[in-house]
Design a binder for this molecule. Sequence first.
Ligand SMILES: C[S@@+](CC[C@H](N)C(=O)[O-])C[C@H]1O[C@@H](n2cnc3c(N)ncnc32)[C@H](O)[C@@H]1O
Length: 320
Amino acid sequence: MLSEATTQPKLQHDEFIAIRDYIYEKAGIWFAENKKYLIESRISKRMGELGIASYKDYFYRVKYDSTQKEFEALMNVVTTNETSFFRNPPQLKAFSDEVLPLVMKQKAEAGNGNKKIKIWSAGCSTGEEPYTIGIILLEAMKSHPGWRAEILANDISQNVLYAARKGVYQEVTLRTTDPKIIDRYFTREGKFFRIKDEVKRIVKFNHVNLNDTRQVSPITDCDMIFCRNVMIYFSDEIKKSLVKHFYKSLRPGGYLFIGHSESLHGISKSFKLEYLKNALVYKKEAAATEMAARTKNKVADSHTNTMDTLAKIRQLLEKK
Ligand SMILES: C[S@@+](CC[C@H](N)C(=O)[O-])C[C@H]1O[C@@H](n2cnc3c(N)ncnc32)[C@H](O)[C@@H]1O
């Protein structure tokens, strides 16, 4: 009997380029040439399910499916969804102990009675990240009655969103979670752990393609955005445009958390990098627009001064 590897159809270079470019154009996810085998193995499985024998036929199926269903199925197979509860604890400590108290203070001082914390988990995978944020908020709000939380969580893969809404997890994904938190916020079901409704209630899952301006633009007024370990799959061009959206989606004084191995260097100068005790975070400064206007004025002033000096020199030379 032939092994699965030998029955897998071979992806030709031109087919790889066509599929790779299409994924990039639609989802912003970039596959370099050394990822050809990954695309081949993931797509060939899907082709097997559909009974399609050639990559060319599969590509046409994706491209000309007006319902977008096959594109969604393609996203289910090509995305990398690795995640876990309380991923990168130092960054979450920065969130709970440093950023959250500051944001609550800012809001309380605004004096408009807005006691809602709105957080966006962009690229939420199977839900561990937004539920972790939810647990941290619920813990914080125990000592701050009257506050409420809203977490918007989205992903391009419908499969991960289905799992996230279900909220049932294996023990391995809780490996960095405090046992007391597990006891408080999960119900044990045999080998599995079900997230409690108390947390589920404050997280809203939606299908959103971060590379689609129409889908991202309506998300506004966020106090914090978590987009961790998502932009690593995007090109710099896509990162730049997404980070511009994040800037617009945050309210002034809000914070952006990206993966600990990621950086906005060369991507955006709009955010201020803050060195907190536990981690680095990006802040949309409260007076950012005024600061930008001030810098613009300074540049304009220095330009005027230079022009004045040049005019004076010209006058002197003309007099000679
Ligand atoms: C590695 S997971 C990161 C999950 C979580 N943020 C974390 O750090 O644990 C990356 C997620 O980004 C999602 N993703 C990739 N491209 C996307 C896009 N264009 N729009 C929305 N989600 C996307 C993937 O489906 C995947 O679930």
